[in-house]
Write a new protein. Structure first.
Length: 132
C-alpha cells in the first residue's frame, strides 16, 4: 500500500479526535524521550546539544500541532463549549511560550510532555493521571 493510500485509509477510518490523540500521543512519547536528559542537564550547553540532536524537530512538530489546534479552536465553526475552547486556547498560548523557553536552552520539556499527556487522556475520554 502506498503512503498516500495509507494516509487516506487512516483519514477515512479515524475521527478527527482520534487523529489528534494519535498525533499528540506520538509527540508526547518523543518529548518524554528527551525530558529527563534535557531538564536535568547541568548546563545550557548540554541542553543545546540535545536540541541539536533531534529535540528541536520534536519541539517544532509539537508546536505545529498546537498551532493547528489553536487555529481550529479560534474558528467560528468550532462546536466545543466556549469555556473549554478558552481553556484550550490558553494552554496553546502557554505551549508557545514554553516551547520558546526550551528552544532558548531553558528547562521545561517535561512540562510540555505533561500537558500533552493530559490532553491525550482527555481526547481518550480518560481522567489524566501521573505518568505510569
Amino acid at each position: 500500500m502506498s503512503i498516500a493510500a495509507y494516509k487516506r485509509t487512516i483519514r477515512e477510518s479515524e475521527s478527527p479526535r482520534q487523529i489528534e490523540r494519535r498525533i499528540l500521543a506520538r509527540l508526547t512519547g518523543q518529548l518524554e524521550n528527551y525530558a529527563v536528559a534535557y531538564d536535568g542537564a547541568e548546563d545550557r550547553a548540554g541542553r543545546l546539544q540535545l536540541l541539536q540532536d533531534g529535540l528541536h524537530k520534536v519541539l517544532t512538530d509539537n508546536q505545529k500541532m498546537w498551532t493547528a489546534l489553536k487555529n481550529d479552536l479560534a474558528s467560528p465553526g468550532n462546536a466545543l463549549p466556549a469555556e473549554l475552547r478558552a481553556t484550550l486556547l490558553s494552554l496553546a498560548l502557554w505551549v508557545e511560550r514554553q516551547t520558546s523557553v526550551v528552544m532558548g536552552g531553558g528547562a521545561g520539556v517535561g512540562d510540555l510532555a505533561t500537558v500533552n499527556r493530559h490532553i491525550v487522556a482527555g481526547l481518550a475520554g480518560e481522567a489524566p493521571g501521573p505518568k505510569g
